[in-house]
Design a protein around this ligand. Structure first.
Ligand SMILES: [Zn+2]
Length: 399
């Protein structure tokens, strides 16, 4: 992209680690906070809206977001039962087979689109880093990570092309300490689930770079073990409530907790909806929920330059309406149709029509789209990709 100038968002409430500022000036990175525009800047008045760091979704399976929510029992005791119910249907159920027949590039794109429309600028994809993820993605997809699916699927297919879930210990040992190692742990409420932290620890796999996804069945003693190992955790309340009618209470652990959506097979529509579920199912204050999708999530996925608005950091920004005094409160009241602006590395991806001048300022071509009936302006390449995709994202029209 050719930058003619920097952009300054004015009349803003820019949420930084040190408080709130009235403006932010950026190109691909944040150049200044609280300074007036300089001559030649593209100036965009955001009319009192909050400018947040772009959100970080700490857990998704990008290729599994177009099937719809699926379960075959009201409540499960363990994810193994849900997987057991799903497995025969992967071959026998016509709707599931049809959803699986789309090109993997389109399946991954729709997962990425789900995320970026909700203000997510970085997502941690849990499954192989497919070659299709190297191009065509409208947001940052974490590249440096290790993963195993779970103890349940160590020798069984977990990836889109039948890739194994992976031996937990071997995969952990092959992950550098500087990269996060993601694994589903204690995804259930039965005895098998509650024993998994001890099993992980006995294998030498409970370490500061270990990220436990779900942890529903972890008891107080297990959480103490997780905290003393300084491991991280990802909380997916909507998926947990859907399968088990229960989720964790992050305020009862010393562990660093990030929020993830999981895929729409069991999870919420997107990270904004996930935040509503987190707000409703816990006593975690909104300011802490905001941290769980920004700075804490960035720490969990070992990308500390992300998840914050700071001079020198990538200009991954999310602008939302200033409907509350406090940004966390405003965020839990925001749905994707309300999103006013998303930038990644300073590049505008999606904007409210009133802020569409930013595309001209950046000399980026744009096109109108609709999101849940609300008019938006999108990066032209993104709108074209929405048109070309064999999977339709419900509520999104780019023509
Ligand atoms: Zn998952």
């Amino acid at each position: 992209m050719i930058w003619t100038s920097a952009v300054t968002l004015t009349n803003a409430r820019v949420v930084t680690g040190e408080g709130t500022a009235e403006s932010v000036r950026f190109a691909s990175r944040v150049l200044a906070i609280g300074d007036p525009p300089r001559p030649g800047d593209a100036v965009v008045d955001v009319r009192g809206s909050f400018v947040l760091p772009g959100l970080v979704n700490a857990h998704d399976h990008l290729e599994l977001n177009h099937y719809g929510r699926i379960k075959f029992r009201d409540r499960y005791g363990n994810a193994s039962e849900w997987i057991g119910d799903m497995r025969p249907r992967l071959a026998d159920d016509a709707a599931i087979r049809k959803a699986g027949s789309h090109p993997l590039s389109d399946r991954l794109f729709v997962g990425a689109l789900k995320n970026v429309l909700s203000g997510v600028t970085t997502v941690a994809h849990h499954n192989p880093f497919y070659s299709e993820l190297r191009r065509d993605m409208p947001l940052r997809v974490l590249r440096k990570y290790g993963w195993a699916h779970s103890f349940l699927l160590q020798d069984r297919a977990a990836g889109a092309r039948g890739e194994r879930g992976g031996d937990v210990q071997r995969r952990f040992r092959s992950t550098p300490a500087s990269a996060p190692f993601f694994v589903h742990i204690a995804e259930g409420v039965d005895a098998a689930a509650s024993g998994e932290v001890e099993r992980l620890e006995s294998l030498g796999c409970l370490a500061p770079n270990t990220v436990l996804v779900h942890g529903v069945g972890i008891d107080a003693g297990g959480w103490r073990r997780v905290a003393s190992a300084r491991a991280g955790a990802v909380w997916c309340p909507a998926s947990n409530m859907f399968l088990f009618g229960r989720t964790i209470d992050p305020s009862r652990t010393e562990t660093n907790v990030a929020i993830g959506t999981d895929s729409r097979l069991t999870g919420s529509r997107d990270l904004l909806e996930e935040l509503c579920v987190a707000y409703e199912t816990s006593s975690v204050p909104p300011a802490h929920l905001l941290a769980m999708v920004t700075v804490d999530a960035a720490a969990t996925i070992r990308q500390p330059q992300l998840g914050r608005v700071a001079v020198g950091a990538p200009a991954d920004l999310l602008v939302i309406p200033g409907v509350a005094a406090e940004p966390g409160q405003a965020l839990v009241a925001t749905a994707r149709r309300d999103v006013e602006l998303v930038t990644i590395g300073g590049r505008p991806i999606l904007a409210h029509p009133g802020l569409a001048g930013i595309f001209n300022g950046c000399r980026t071509r744009s096109r109108p789209i609709h999101v849940d009936g609300a008019p938006k302006v999108a990066d032209a390449a993104l709108a074209r990709r929405i048109d070309d995709c064999s999977i339709v994202e419900p509520g999104v029209a780019a023509r």
